[in-house]
Design a protein around this ligand. Structure first.
Ligand SMILES: *Cc1c(COP(=O)(O)O)cnc(C)c1O
Length: 401
Protein backbone atom coordinates (compact mmCIF):
# COMPACT_ATOMS: atom_id res chain seq x y z
CA UNK A 1 0.00 0.00 0.00
CA UNK A 2 1.27 3.47 -0.86
CA UNK A 3 2.57 5.61 1.98
CA UNK A 4 0.75 8.65 0.62
CA UNK A 5 -2.57 6.87 0.99
CA UNK A 6 -1.76 5.76 4.54
CA UNK A 7 -0.67 9.28 5.48
CA UNK A 8 -3.90 10.63 4.06
CA UNK A 9 -5.88 8.22 6.25
CA UNK A 10 -3.92 9.32 9.33
CA UNK A 11 -4.55 12.94 8.47
CA UNK A 12 -8.24 12.41 7.84
CA UNK A 13 -9.09 10.18 10.79
CA UNK A 14 -6.26 10.77 13.24
CA UNK A 15 -4.20 8.12 14.97
CA UNK A 16 -4.01 5.41 16.02
CA UNK A 17 -5.94 3.87 13.15
CA UNK A 18 -6.15 0.50 11.44
CA UNK A 19 -6.14 0.42 7.64
CA UNK A 20 -7.12 -2.64 5.58
CA UNK A 21 -6.34 -3.15 1.92
CA UNK A 22 -9.38 -4.88 0.40
CA UNK A 23 -7.43 -5.76 -2.72
CA UNK A 24 -4.89 -7.77 -0.69
CA UNK A 25 -7.66 -9.69 1.10
CA UNK A 26 -9.19 -10.55 -2.26
CA UNK A 27 -5.87 -11.57 -3.82
CA UNK A 28 -5.07 -13.86 -0.87
CA UNK A 29 -8.51 -15.44 -1.17
CA UNK A 30 -7.98 -16.00 -4.86
CA UNK A 31 -4.48 -17.36 -4.40
CA UNK A 32 -5.82 -19.95 -1.99
CA UNK A 33 -8.75 -20.98 -4.18
CA UNK A 34 -6.50 -21.11 -7.26
CA UNK A 35 -4.10 -23.43 -5.44
CA UNK A 36 -7.04 -25.84 -4.94
CA UNK A 37 -8.73 -25.22 -8.28
CA UNK A 38 -8.68 -28.93 -9.09
CA UNK A 39 -10.82 -29.78 -6.09
CA UNK A 40 -14.38 -30.06 -7.33
CA UNK A 41 -16.04 -28.92 -4.11
CA UNK A 42 -13.88 -26.44 -2.20
CA UNK A 43 -15.08 -24.39 0.72
CA UNK A 44 -13.19 -21.60 2.47
CA UNK A 45 -14.45 -20.76 5.96
CA UNK A 46 -12.89 -17.46 6.93
CA UNK A 47 -11.99 -17.51 10.66
CA UNK A 48 -13.92 -14.50 11.94
CA UNK A 49 -11.87 -14.13 15.10
CA UNK A 50 -8.88 -12.85 13.12
CA UNK A 51 -10.68 -9.67 12.06
CA UNK A 52 -14.40 -9.38 12.55
CA UNK A 53 -15.38 -6.01 11.12
CA UNK A 54 -18.66 -6.48 9.29
CA UNK A 55 -17.34 -4.79 6.14
CA UNK A 56 -14.49 -7.30 6.01
CA UNK A 57 -17.02 -10.13 6.38
CA UNK A 58 -19.12 -8.70 3.55
CA UNK A 59 -16.05 -8.35 1.32
CA UNK A 60 -15.18 -12.01 1.84
CA UNK A 61 -18.79 -13.03 1.28
CA UNK A 62 -18.69 -11.26 -2.05
CA UNK A 63 -15.66 -13.41 -2.97
CA UNK A 64 -17.62 -16.56 -2.16
CA UNK A 65 -16.21 -17.28 1.28
CA UNK A 66 -18.04 -19.02 4.11
CA UNK A 67 -17.30 -18.45 7.82
CA UNK A 68 -15.64 -20.24 10.71
CA UNK A 69 -16.89 -19.00 14.08
CA UNK A 70 -16.01 -19.71 17.71
CA UNK A 71 -18.78 -17.91 19.60
CA UNK A 72 -22.49 -17.34 19.13
CA UNK A 73 -21.72 -13.63 18.83
CA UNK A 74 -19.49 -14.30 15.82
CA UNK A 75 -22.32 -16.36 14.32
CA UNK A 76 -24.70 -13.44 14.82
CA UNK A 77 -22.21 -11.06 13.20
CA UNK A 78 -21.95 -13.39 10.23
CA UNK A 79 -25.73 -13.57 9.88
CA UNK A 80 -25.88 -9.78 10.09
CA UNK A 81 -23.28 -9.58 7.31
CA UNK A 82 -25.65 -11.64 5.14
CA UNK A 83 -24.14 -15.12 5.36
CA UNK A 84 -26.63 -17.96 5.21
CA UNK A 85 -26.58 -20.20 8.30
CA UNK A 86 -25.56 -23.18 6.19
CA UNK A 87 -22.47 -21.27 5.13
CA UNK A 88 -21.27 -20.87 8.70
CA UNK A 89 -19.45 -23.48 10.77
CA UNK A 90 -19.25 -23.20 14.55
CA UNK A 91 -15.97 -24.53 15.93
CA UNK A 92 -15.88 -23.62 19.60
CA UNK A 93 -13.67 -24.97 22.32
CA UNK A 94 -15.10 -25.55 25.76
CA UNK A 95 -18.37 -23.65 25.33
CA UNK A 96 -21.59 -24.77 26.99
CA UNK A 97 -24.04 -27.27 25.57
CA UNK A 98 -26.67 -24.50 25.68
CA UNK A 99 -24.63 -22.26 23.39
CA UNK A 100 -24.06 -25.09 20.95
CA UNK A 101 -27.80 -25.86 20.92
CA UNK A 102 -28.63 -22.22 20.34
CA UNK A 103 -26.26 -22.03 17.38
CA UNK A 104 -27.55 -25.34 15.97
CA UNK A 105 -31.11 -23.98 16.17
CA UNK A 106 -30.03 -21.16 13.84
CA UNK A 107 -29.18 -23.77 11.19
CA UNK A 108 -25.42 -23.39 11.51
CA UNK A 109 -23.10 -26.40 11.08
CA UNK A 110 -21.87 -27.56 14.49
CA UNK A 111 -18.39 -28.87 15.13
CA UNK A 112 -17.87 -30.64 18.46
CA UNK A 113 -14.46 -31.13 20.00
CA UNK A 114 -15.05 -33.26 23.08
CA UNK A 115 -16.76 -36.56 23.86
CA UNK A 116 -18.80 -35.33 26.81
CA UNK A 117 -20.70 -32.68 24.85
CA UNK A 118 -20.86 -34.94 21.80
CA UNK A 119 -22.69 -37.59 23.80
CA UNK A 120 -25.08 -35.12 25.41
CA UNK A 121 -25.81 -33.40 22.11
CA UNK A 122 -26.26 -36.72 20.31
CA UNK A 123 -28.77 -37.96 22.89
CA UNK A 124 -30.86 -34.81 22.70
CA UNK A 125 -30.59 -34.05 18.97
CA UNK A 126 -29.82 -37.25 17.06
CA UNK A 127 -31.16 -35.68 13.85
CA UNK A 128 -28.84 -32.68 13.73
CA UNK A 129 -25.71 -33.58 11.76
CA UNK A 130 -22.48 -32.83 13.55
CA UNK A 131 -18.85 -32.43 12.51
CA UNK A 132 -16.19 -33.69 14.88
CA UNK A 133 -12.85 -32.11 15.59
CA UNK A 134 -10.09 -34.68 15.69
CA UNK A 135 -6.71 -34.09 17.29
CA UNK A 136 -4.20 -36.01 15.18
CA UNK A 137 -1.36 -35.27 17.65
CA UNK A 138 1.03 -34.31 14.95
CA UNK A 139 4.19 -32.57 16.04
CA UNK A 140 6.31 -30.66 13.60
CA UNK A 141 9.70 -31.93 14.66
CA UNK A 142 11.70 -29.66 16.92
CA UNK A 143 9.80 -26.44 16.36
CA UNK A 144 6.77 -25.28 18.25
CA UNK A 145 4.58 -25.25 15.16
CA UNK A 146 1.31 -27.09 15.05
CA UNK A 147 1.16 -26.33 18.70
CA UNK A 148 -2.51 -27.14 19.29
CA UNK A 149 -2.02 -30.69 18.00
CA UNK A 150 0.20 -32.06 20.74
CA UNK A 151 -0.75 -34.85 23.13
CA UNK A 152 -1.84 -32.70 26.06
CA UNK A 153 -3.55 -30.07 23.98
CA UNK A 154 -7.06 -29.10 25.08
CA UNK A 155 -8.22 -29.06 21.46
CA UNK A 156 -10.09 -31.77 19.64
CA UNK A 157 -10.94 -35.39 20.30
CA UNK A 158 -7.81 -37.51 20.39
CA UNK A 159 -7.49 -40.01 17.54
CA UNK A 160 -6.61 -42.50 20.25
CA UNK A 161 -10.20 -42.22 21.52
CA UNK A 162 -11.70 -43.26 18.20
CA UNK A 163 -13.21 -46.52 19.57
CA UNK A 164 -15.04 -44.61 22.29
CA UNK A 165 -16.11 -41.95 19.80
CA UNK A 166 -17.55 -44.59 17.48
CA UNK A 167 -19.46 -46.18 20.35
CA UNK A 168 -21.04 -42.84 21.26
CA UNK A 169 -22.08 -42.25 17.65
CA UNK A 170 -23.58 -45.72 17.44
CA UNK A 171 -25.43 -45.49 20.75
CA UNK A 172 -26.92 -42.07 20.07
CA UNK A 173 -27.63 -42.77 16.37
CA UNK A 174 -26.34 -39.31 15.59
CA UNK A 175 -25.06 -38.44 12.15
CA UNK A 176 -21.48 -37.31 11.63
CA UNK A 177 -21.31 -35.28 8.42
CA UNK A 178 -17.81 -33.84 8.69
CA UNK A 179 -14.36 -34.48 10.12
CA UNK A 180 -12.18 -31.58 11.12
CA UNK A 181 -8.68 -30.88 12.29
CA UNK A 182 -6.91 -27.62 13.08
CA UNK A 183 -3.37 -28.37 13.99
CA UNK A 184 -2.22 -24.87 14.76
CA UNK A 185 -0.24 -22.03 13.39
CA UNK A 186 2.65 -21.32 11.08
CA UNK A 187 2.83 -24.48 8.98
CA UNK A 188 6.03 -24.51 6.98
CA UNK A 189 6.61 -28.20 6.53
CA UNK A 190 4.09 -29.41 3.99
CA UNK A 191 5.04 -33.04 4.57
CA UNK A 192 4.00 -32.71 8.21
CA UNK A 193 0.68 -31.25 7.17
CA UNK A 194 0.15 -34.09 4.71
CA UNK A 195 1.01 -36.58 7.43
CA UNK A 196 -1.72 -35.10 9.64
CA UNK A 197 -4.07 -35.24 6.65
CA UNK A 198 -3.44 -38.98 6.37
CA UNK A 199 -4.68 -39.40 9.93
CA UNK A 200 -7.80 -37.47 9.01
CA UNK A 201 -8.37 -39.69 5.94
CA UNK A 202 -7.98 -42.83 8.05
CA UNK A 203 -10.46 -41.49 10.57
CA UNK A 204 -12.89 -40.46 7.84
CA UNK A 205 -13.13 -44.02 6.53
CA UNK A 206 -14.82 -44.99 9.80
CA UNK A 207 -17.80 -42.70 9.08
CA UNK A 208 -20.22 -43.48 6.27
CA UNK A 209 -22.26 -40.27 5.96
CA UNK A 210 -19.61 -37.63 5.52
CA UNK A 211 -20.13 -34.55 3.39
CA UNK A 212 -16.90 -32.70 4.07
CA UNK A 213 -13.38 -32.86 5.41
CA UNK A 214 -12.08 -29.70 7.05
CA UNK A 215 -8.31 -29.30 7.23
CA UNK A 216 -8.37 -26.22 9.44
CA UNK A 217 -5.75 -23.60 8.93
CA UNK A 218 -2.38 -22.48 10.15
CA UNK A 219 -0.84 -21.20 6.94
CA UNK A 220 2.18 -19.07 7.67
CA UNK A 221 2.40 -15.59 6.21
CA UNK A 222 5.59 -13.54 5.85
CA UNK A 223 6.27 -11.04 8.65
CA UNK A 224 9.74 -9.78 7.85
CA UNK A 225 11.06 -8.62 4.50
CA UNK A 226 12.26 -11.83 2.73
CA UNK A 227 10.45 -13.99 5.29
CA UNK A 228 9.32 -17.50 4.40
CA UNK A 229 5.68 -18.52 4.09
CA UNK A 230 3.64 -21.68 3.53
CA UNK A 231 4.06 -22.75 -0.09
CA UNK A 232 0.34 -22.79 -0.75
CA UNK A 233 0.70 -23.83 -4.39
CA UNK A 234 2.75 -26.89 -3.49
CA UNK A 235 0.32 -27.78 -0.71
CA UNK A 236 -2.57 -27.32 -3.15
CA UNK A 237 -1.03 -29.62 -5.69
CA UNK A 238 -0.12 -32.39 -3.25
CA UNK A 239 -3.22 -32.34 -1.07
CA UNK A 240 -5.55 -32.11 -4.08
CA UNK A 241 -4.04 -35.21 -5.62
CA UNK A 242 -4.32 -37.12 -2.35
CA UNK A 243 -7.83 -35.84 -1.66
CA UNK A 244 -9.12 -36.85 -5.08
CA UNK A 245 -7.62 -40.28 -4.57
CA UNK A 246 -9.28 -40.52 -1.17
CA UNK A 247 -12.69 -39.62 -2.61
CA UNK A 248 -12.48 -42.63 -4.91
CA UNK A 249 -11.65 -44.86 -1.97
CA UNK A 250 -14.50 -43.34 0.06
CA UNK A 251 -16.87 -43.79 -2.87
CA UNK A 252 -18.39 -40.34 -2.73
CA UNK A 253 -17.54 -36.74 -3.64
CA UNK A 254 -16.79 -34.70 -0.55
CA UNK A 255 -16.19 -31.02 0.10
CA UNK A 256 -12.67 -30.03 1.05
CA UNK A 257 -12.71 -27.16 3.54
CA UNK A 258 -10.15 -24.80 5.04
CA UNK A 259 -10.62 -22.11 7.66
CA UNK A 260 -7.90 -19.53 7.24
CA UNK A 261 -7.77 -16.41 9.37
CA UNK A 262 -4.43 -14.72 9.15
CA UNK A 263 -3.66 -16.02 5.68
CA UNK A 264 -6.51 -13.93 4.34
CA UNK A 265 -6.18 -10.74 6.37
CA UNK A 266 -2.80 -10.43 8.12
CA UNK A 267 -0.85 -8.76 5.34
CA UNK A 268 -3.79 -6.56 4.34
CA UNK A 269 -3.60 -4.63 7.61
CA UNK A 270 -1.56 -1.56 8.61
CA UNK A 271 -1.62 0.01 12.04
CA UNK A 272 -0.75 3.70 12.05
CA UNK A 273 0.50 5.41 15.18
CA UNK A 274 1.96 8.83 15.83
CA UNK A 275 5.23 9.34 17.67
CA UNK A 276 4.56 11.37 20.80
CA UNK A 277 8.08 11.49 22.08
CA UNK A 278 11.61 10.54 21.07
CA UNK A 279 13.51 9.78 24.23
CA UNK A 280 17.25 9.29 24.32
CA UNK A 281 18.46 7.41 27.40
CA UNK A 282 22.00 6.38 28.23
CA UNK A 283 21.70 3.22 26.15
CA UNK A 284 18.67 3.41 23.88
CA UNK A 285 16.61 5.73 21.75
CA UNK A 286 12.92 5.18 22.43
CA UNK A 287 10.16 6.18 20.08
CA UNK A 288 7.03 6.47 22.22
CA UNK A 289 3.81 6.19 20.19
CA UNK A 290 0.18 7.13 20.87
CA UNK A 291 -0.89 3.51 21.42
CA UNK A 292 0.11 0.40 23.32
CA UNK A 293 -0.80 -3.21 23.98
CA UNK A 294 -4.37 -2.08 24.48
CA UNK A 295 -4.55 -1.75 20.68
CA UNK A 296 -1.99 -4.24 19.40
CA UNK A 297 -0.97 -6.91 21.85
CA UNK A 298 0.71 -9.54 19.66
CA UNK A 299 4.33 -8.47 20.28
CA UNK A 300 3.81 -8.55 24.06
CA UNK A 301 1.44 -11.53 24.08
CA UNK A 302 3.32 -13.92 21.84
CA UNK A 303 6.46 -12.17 20.90
CA UNK A 304 5.36 -11.71 17.35
CA UNK A 305 7.16 -9.50 14.89
CA UNK A 306 5.54 -6.54 13.20
CA UNK A 307 7.66 -4.70 10.68
CA UNK A 308 7.62 -0.96 11.41
CA UNK A 309 8.23 1.82 8.91
CA UNK A 310 8.40 5.56 9.39
CA UNK A 311 6.12 6.59 6.55
CA UNK A 312 6.59 10.28 7.33
CA UNK A 313 10.29 10.01 6.49
CA UNK A 314 10.78 6.84 4.42
CA UNK A 315 14.02 8.05 2.82
CA UNK A 316 15.55 9.21 6.10
CA UNK A 317 18.85 7.89 7.43
CA UNK A 318 18.20 4.60 9.28
CA UNK A 319 18.85 4.61 13.01
CA UNK A 320 18.14 2.15 15.81
CA UNK A 321 15.03 2.59 17.93
CA UNK A 322 12.99 0.77 20.49
CA UNK A 323 9.35 1.44 19.74
CA UNK A 324 7.24 1.54 22.89
CA UNK A 325 3.63 2.26 23.84
CA UNK A 326 2.10 4.56 26.44
CA UNK A 327 0.74 1.90 28.80
CA UNK A 328 2.15 2.06 32.31
CA UNK A 329 3.60 -1.44 32.13
CA UNK A 330 6.23 -2.92 29.88
CA UNK A 331 4.81 -2.09 26.53
CA UNK A 332 7.42 -2.76 23.87
CA UNK A 333 6.44 -3.16 20.24
CA UNK A 334 9.99 -3.54 18.95
CA UNK A 335 13.53 -3.48 20.32
CA UNK A 336 16.56 -2.13 18.55
CA UNK A 337 14.85 -1.78 15.19
CA UNK A 338 16.42 -0.09 12.19
CA UNK A 339 13.93 2.58 11.17
CA UNK A 340 14.48 5.70 9.10
CA UNK A 341 15.10 8.70 11.34
CA UNK A 342 12.12 9.47 13.56
CA UNK A 343 10.96 12.91 14.65
CA UNK A 344 8.14 13.64 17.07
CA UNK A 345 4.87 13.76 15.16
CA UNK A 346 5.95 11.20 12.55
CA UNK A 347 3.55 8.40 11.59
CA UNK A 348 4.82 4.85 12.08
CA UNK A 349 3.17 2.06 10.10
CA UNK A 350 3.03 -1.45 11.58
CA UNK A 351 2.67 -4.22 9.00
CA UNK A 352 0.76 -7.51 9.29
CA UNK A 353 -1.83 -5.68 11.37
CA UNK A 354 -4.87 -7.35 9.81
CA UNK A 355 -5.14 -10.50 11.92
CA UNK A 356 -5.51 -10.69 15.71
CA UNK A 357 -4.79 -7.00 16.16
CA UNK A 358 -7.97 -4.93 16.29
CA UNK A 359 -9.91 -8.07 17.28
CA UNK A 360 -7.79 -8.33 20.43
CA UNK A 361 -7.92 -4.61 21.28
CA UNK A 362 -9.22 -3.52 24.68
CA UNK A 363 -10.06 -0.35 26.58
CA UNK A 364 -7.21 -0.80 29.07
CA UNK A 365 -6.18 2.56 30.56
CA UNK A 366 -9.67 3.74 29.55
CA UNK A 367 -8.42 4.49 26.06
CA UNK A 368 -10.66 4.47 23.02
CA UNK A 369 -10.37 1.64 20.55
CA UNK A 370 -8.95 2.93 17.26
CA UNK A 371 -10.88 3.69 14.10
CA UNK A 372 -10.79 1.18 11.23
CA UNK A 373 -10.55 2.14 7.57
CA UNK A 374 -10.79 0.03 4.43
CA UNK A 375 -9.24 0.95 1.11
CA UNK A 376 -11.65 -0.45 -1.45
CA UNK A 377 -11.23 0.21 -5.16
CA UNK A 378 -8.80 3.02 -4.41
CA UNK A 379 -11.23 4.83 -2.11
CA UNK A 380 -10.90 5.42 1.61
CA UNK A 381 -13.85 4.08 3.62
CA UNK A 382 -14.26 4.51 7.35
CA UNK A 383 -15.56 1.12 8.58
CA UNK A 384 -15.47 1.79 12.32
CA UNK A 385 -15.45 5.09 14.14
CA UNK A 386 -12.95 5.75 16.85
CA UNK A 387 -14.60 5.30 20.23
CA UNK A 388 -15.59 8.22 22.41
CA UNK A 389 -16.11 8.78 26.13
CA UNK A 390 -19.69 7.52 25.68
CA UNK A 391 -18.32 4.11 24.72
CA UNK A 392 -16.14 4.02 27.80
CA UNK A 393 -19.11 4.86 30.03
CA UNK A 394 -21.68 2.68 28.26
CA UNK A 395 -23.03 0.00 30.60
CA UNK A 396 -21.37 1.53 33.64
CA UNK A 397 -23.75 2.23 36.48
CA UNK A 398 -23.08 4.93 39.03
CA UNK A 399 -24.43 4.02 42.43
CA UNK A 400 -25.72 6.58 44.90
CA UNK A 401 -23.14 7.09 47.61
C1 LIG B 1 -8.18 -19.50 15.02
C2 LIG B 1 -8.67 -20.62 14.22
C3 LIG B 1 -8.44 -20.67 12.85
C4 LIG B 1 -7.63 -19.63 12.09
O1 LIG B 1 -6.27 -19.76 12.30
P1 LIG B 1 -5.22 -18.88 11.50
O2 LIG B 1 -3.90 -19.30 12.02
O3 LIG B 1 -5.53 -17.44 11.76
O4 LIG B 1 -5.40 -19.17 10.06
C5 LIG B 1 -8.97 -21.73 12.16
N1 LIG B 1 -9.68 -22.70 12.78
C6 LIG B 1 -9.92 -22.69 14.10
C7 LIG B 1 -10.72 -23.76 14.71
C8 LIG B 1 -9.42 -21.66 14.87
O5 LIG B 1 -9.64 -21.66 16.19
Amino acid sequence: MQNELLLEVAQQFGSPVYVYDAEKIISQYQRLTNAFAKVEKLRINYAVKALSNISVLKLLKQEGSCLDTVSIQEVQLGLKAGFEPKNIIFTPNGVSLEEIEEVAALGVQINIDNLSILEQFGHKHPNIPVCIRINPHVMAGGNANISVGHIDSKFGISVHQLPLLLRIVENTKMRINGIHMHTGSDILDIEVFLYAAEILFDTALKFKNLEFLDFGSGFKVPYKPDDIETNIEELGEKLTERFNEFQKQYGKKLTLAFEPGKYLVSEAGYFLTKVNVVKQTTSTVFAGVDSGFNHLIRPMFYNSYHHIENISNPEGKPRFYSVVGYICETDTFATNRRISEIKEGDILSFKNAGAYCFSMASNYNSRFKPAEVMIYKGEIHLIRERETMDDILRNQIEIKL
